[in-house]
Design a protein around this ligand. Structure first.
Ligand code: ADP
Ligand code: MG
Length: 259
């Protein structure tokens, strides 16, 4: 089986700081892969290199076998790497459905402002995407009035408008209440399943990670110290050391005294 994403020896220095240190991993089609690690571990730096926002100091990134070296963020996006939850992801003055239509128009390489009948284009497709994320009933509302969790779901629909093969989600649930976090990741897991999209995500809440990820990688001081199933990561000595004192990773440890 060939991997959607192949990362080999990826590295990045900021002056004396080795933010990402020789990281290698693969991501398969339809896989929901979590990248976890303490603050400053290098997660965002990894994401920024994968989407071309940051130039790596070394290593290679291949998408469906194609080397992404030297490509600009927009070119990488065109190749099917989507991202969610950018701050500027939606336009507040537009309605929910208009935001998705605009994404669809852009995906089909048309220019929104030059289209007199833009508001009629891709309406059905936009509604289908909103339905997928549970936002169809809010399609005519303005984004400015949306609740935070709804905005996040809309941003997911917008990302999907570009039919990505790989979705990068850096802390998608930041700022959300626990129940909303679970719901958003459940939705993401459903979409991974139904569309065969591959997702790489970071997340602080270990309950969310362990409930939804197919596989978990742990980054510490730029180095990948573990890569395995949820159970393997839970029981990994080095991972436990890294999180010692954090108290969030193994919330339910006490439940099985013999484990
Ligand atoms: P994480 O997302 O895991 O919290 P980051 O990738 O944001 O970690 O940061 C990794 C390390 O790189 C940290 O020590 C951080 O201070 C440093 N760093 C990140 N971005 C920059 C930058 N643009 N310039 C200098 N140092 C940076
Ligand atoms: Mg980060």
């Amino acid at each position: 089986m060939s991997a959607v994403l192949q990362v080999n020896g990826l590295s990045k220095e900021f002056g004396a700081i080795q933010a990402v240190d020789n990281v290698s991993f693969e991501l398969q089609k339809g896989e929901l892969l979590a990248l976890i690690g303490p603050n400053g571990a290098g997660k965002s730096t990894c994401f920024n290199m994968l989407m071309g926002q940051l130039k790596s100091s070394g290593g290679t990134v291949r998408l469906n076998g194609k080397d992404l070296k030297g490509l600009k963020p927009r070119q990488i996006w065109r190749l099917g790497v989507g991202r969610t939850f950018q701050i500027t992801g939606t336009y507040a003055s537009m309605t929910v459905i208009e935001n998705v239509q605009m994404a669809l128009i852009s995906h089909h390489r048309k220019i929104y402002t030059l289209l007199p009948r833009a508001h009629l284009m891709y309406r059905d497709e936009a509604l289908a995407l909103l339905d997928l994320v549970g936002m169809a009933d809010q399609s005519e509302r303005h984004c400015a009035v949306l609740a935070y969790g709804d905005l996040k779901r809309l941003e997911l629909a917008i990302a999907l408008a570009h039919e990505p093969t790989l979705l990068l989600m850096d802390e998608p649930t930041a700022g959300m209440a626990p129940a909303e976090r679970i719901a958003l990741m459940q939705l993401t897991a459903d979409i991974v399943e139904s569309r065969g999209v591959s997702v790489l995500f970071t997340e602080h809440d270990m309950d969310v990670v362990f409930a939804h990820a197919h596989r978990v990688m742990v980054l510490n001081r730029g180095q990948l110290i573990a890569n395995g199933s949820v159970d393997e990561i839970r029981n990994d000595e080095r991972v436990r050391e890294v999180y010692l004192g954090g108290g969030t990773l193994f919330k339910h440890d006490g439940e099985s005294a013999n484990a």
